[in-house]
Design a protein around this ligand. Sequence first.
Ligand SMILES: Nc1nc2c(ncn2[C@@H]2O[C@H](COP(=O)(O)OP(=O)(O)OP(=O)(O)O)[C@@H](O)[C@H]2O)c(=O)[nH]1
Ligand SMILES: [Mg+2]
Length: 392
Amino acid sequence: VDAQKLAIHFGCTIVVAEREAAFCLLEESRLLDSLQLASAEEQQGGKEHRWNPRQAVVIHADPVSGHLAVRQLNSLGSMTQPPEHFKSGFVAIVGRTNVGKSTLLNAALGVDLAIATSKPQTTRNRILGVHTEERGQVIFVDTPGIHAARDPLNRRMVDAAYDTMAQTDMVLFVVEAESLALLDRPPFWGGDGEILSRLKDDAGGRPVVLAVNKADRLKSREAVLPILERVAQAHDFDDIVVLSALQKRNVDQLVDVIIKHLPEGPPLYPADTLTDRAERFLAAEFLREQVLKQTEREVPYAVAVEIEQMAVDHKDGKLHIKAVIHVERASQKAIVIGKGGERIREIGRHARQQMQRFFGQRIHLDTMVRVENEWTSARASLDRFGYGSEDI
Ligand SMILES: Nc1nc2c(ncn2[C@@H]2O[C@H](COP(=O)(O)OP(=O)(O)OP(=O)(O)O)[C@@H](O)[C@H]2O)c(=O)[nH]1
Ligand SMILES: [Mg+2]
């Protein structure tokens, strides 16, 4: 196993270690702590832990609970003996904000994992979505949309997207069909142009597939051909797929194309893995999604959700979640709460329904709204809300 290739740190910590070498993008001390903890856990179970030089070990550390899950890459359940020519690798989903990256991830996985809304800058953290089938394992990495970032939160988001783009086995560059169809401009203009030039610099021989999304918005099927011609002139993409993530059209073809370009290798996650993100993270995201959907103007950008408690109550069997919605100003708090608490009730109701669907469990959700001045620019609050440079 090429540990170096795996040693990518995506928000939630992934540490990959071999006997001789341990790679991690965290500070070394935290890596060592994790390794020692992992060995201690194994020893408690009566087994002395030995690193086998040919075995890589993946340690997932949930930054919130501190819980460590250790997986050896040679014990992948049913996938232990992958078929010959099995493909696997990380695929960065990158593009401008709002082009439909998260919608596309969800369509490829068949699950609403990453939140997607009509508001720009919806995604703030990298999220892994793992698709495993007979031919291969595609580890998608959804990233924040690339945009002209001003405050520290947005700068971290954009850095995370570019870092991911530079580290994965393959890049899936998502653009909007309508924007490529404007004949008075070059096909890749504005933000798309900047991303393309970074890609040309950073791709370094790795495959780059272009996903031309929102094709349902094109006036006619005939509009596709000139787009393809223009795009092919602008860059030699390894493949181009025209699709609609929203209508789930051509998404299967995109997965076929991705698998075709991935390197051969064993599965890197157990076959039933969906994501690297902990339930707490997902619960916070489902609540933030509803705030984004149900508020306007500057409020969506001023919201962070913190899960204070998440545990099953054995009395009623429900998963009790206590969440705090942080905003930057008292006026924003008033908007989120709404007249007589009407909006916060609706936000909570929809978030709870989504959590129940996703976790397959009955949920009791308590929400509070608090004002945390200037949290988008204060380092300490960014770290606290899951936007630390390691978590994002
Ligand atoms: N018409 C149409 N709309 C789409 C399509 N794919 C996504 N959208 C819409 O585009 C908006 C943005 O979708 P997201 O998936 O959140 O976009 P994103 O690129 O992840 O955005 P950021 O996370 O902010 O960077 C949502 O309103 C989606 O419903 C599509 O194929 N067709
Ligand atoms: Mg997104």
